[in-house]
Write a protein that binds this ligand. Structure first.
Ligand code: ADP
Ligand code: GN1
Ligand code: MG
Length: 355
């Protein structure tokens, strides 16, 4: 505990039950600093919000209060925000901005689906989450990160990073840089479709990694969708594509041996079955047509973001060693390449599911 005196003192500012017994870092998120805090009464999650990423954390917390209330009204389990002693959803200290959630007990966070059924269940939960938000008033939400999945804008930021080469690392990632530049004409289909209204703007999660869902260890079904920091107006294709990016890979996001990294179309099928069955007939024809492309786009976008951060000197994503972002971008590019090759195969799978 002596190691976490700062966090211990922060917890005193929140209306928690019991005496704090233990605090330890928790989970595999890349953005916030997450701790499990055990008290004599129960467990909590304490998070220091990353304010480099979320420049207006008050807006993030306001969105989360609105979204969790909406989800709970629909009868689903959601995050419970524990207020500070003076009733605020967040505590600002000299050191940063903190929040506390009830720890959702008896749940698993998977870094990888053990089998197709797990991934089908994850698809179902993210689909249900999306459906639960279909009647949510989008105008009540703040945009917590501007242009989050605006891939052409991500590409512009990438080119700027290349030009500036702040870290001096450019010569160590020429092949990867080339991979992004070569595909420059493939980045605008979703943003254009939203702009010309050929696909609807919905309220979406925008960060649908498998580890942003808590699963029931017995039934293996999704118990709660978490990490609600990026719930904003967007396209359902972002949520579908981002899940496929992370979960339909045969290896971890930071696997160094690229021979182990492949896009698994049977995992794609399983996720699509779960996701689409939860959504029912609310998906439009054009969205359906773009599902395979969305997997490719979210994957190359994420790779581009890892590479941008590597070139910028690791200022955005948490990293465990100096080449971590480079290693991550390589897995994403390998997957994006294979997804491009298999776009027709993915369309066939979608047709089979929705026939
Ligand atoms: P990040 O934005 O950094 O990804 P998350 O909010 O996703 O942070 O939290 C990181 C991890 O902490 C999650 O993947 C999950 O394992 C765990 N976690 C977060 N909130 C809870 C909660 N309320 N109950 C149980 N586990 C949680
Ligand atoms: C981050 O917060 P976390 O670890 O669930 C990132 C996502 C990326 C993902 C890559 C707010 O997700 O956009 O796809 O890492 N979140 C933010 O693993 O940037
Ligand atoms: Mg997360």
């Amino acid at each position: 505990m002596q190691d976490y005196m700062k966090e211990y003192n922060v917890l005193k500012g929140f209306a928690i039950e019991g005496e704090v017994k233990n605090i330890a870092p928790y989970g595999e998120g890349h953005i916030n600093s997450t701790f499990l805090a055990e008290t004599t009464a129960k467990n909590y999650i304490l998070q220091k919000i990353n304010t480099v990423v979320f420049k207006q954390p008050e807006n993030v917390m306001n969105n989360i209060l609105l979204v969790t209330e909406h989800i709970e009204k629909k009868g689903a389990l959601s995050l419970t925000v524990i207020k500070t002693n003076d009733g605020q959803p967040m505590l600002k200290t000299e050191d940063g901005c903190y929040r506390v959630y009830d720890f959702i007990e008896n749940s698993l966070t998977l870094q990888k689906a053990e089998n197709a059924e797990d991934f089908r269940n994850a698809g179902f939960s993210f689909g249900e989450f999306q459906k639960a938000l279909s009647d949510f008033d989008a105008s009540a939400l703040s945009e917590t990160i501007a242009r989050f999945h605006d891939t052409p804008n991500r590409f512009e930021n990438f080119k700027k990073a290349v030009e500036e080469n702040k870290s001096g690392r450019l010569e160590t990632c020429e092949k990867e840089t080339e991979f992004v530049l070569e595909r420059k004409d493939t980045y605008d289909k979703i943003i254009k479709a939203l702009a010309d209204k050929s696909i609807p703007l919905r309220v979406t999660h925008n960060d649908t990694k498998l580890n942003n869902i808590l699963m029931d260890p017995e039934t293996r079904k999704g118990k709660a969708v978490i990490d609600l920091d990026t719930v904003m107006p967007g396209s359902m294709l972002y949520d579908f594509g981002d899940s496929i990016r992370f979960g339909a890979s045969t290896a971890a996001e930071d696997e160094k041996d690229l021979d182990k990294v492949h896009f698994d179309i049977e995992l794609f099928r399983a996720y699509a079955e779960g996701f689409l069955s939860a959504l029912g007939d609310s998906i439009t024809e054009k969205e359906r047509e773009l599902l395979p492309y969305s997997a490719y786009l979210m994957t190359i976008e994420c790779g581009m973001r890892f590479l941008t951060d590597y070139i910028d000197g690791d200022v955005y994503f948490a990293t465990k060693y100096p080449e971590h972002n480079l290693v991550r971008c390589r897995t994403q590019f390998k997957l994006a390449y294979e997804m491009q090759q298999q776009e027709k195969g993915m369309s066939k799978v979608i047709d089979e599911i929705l026939k």
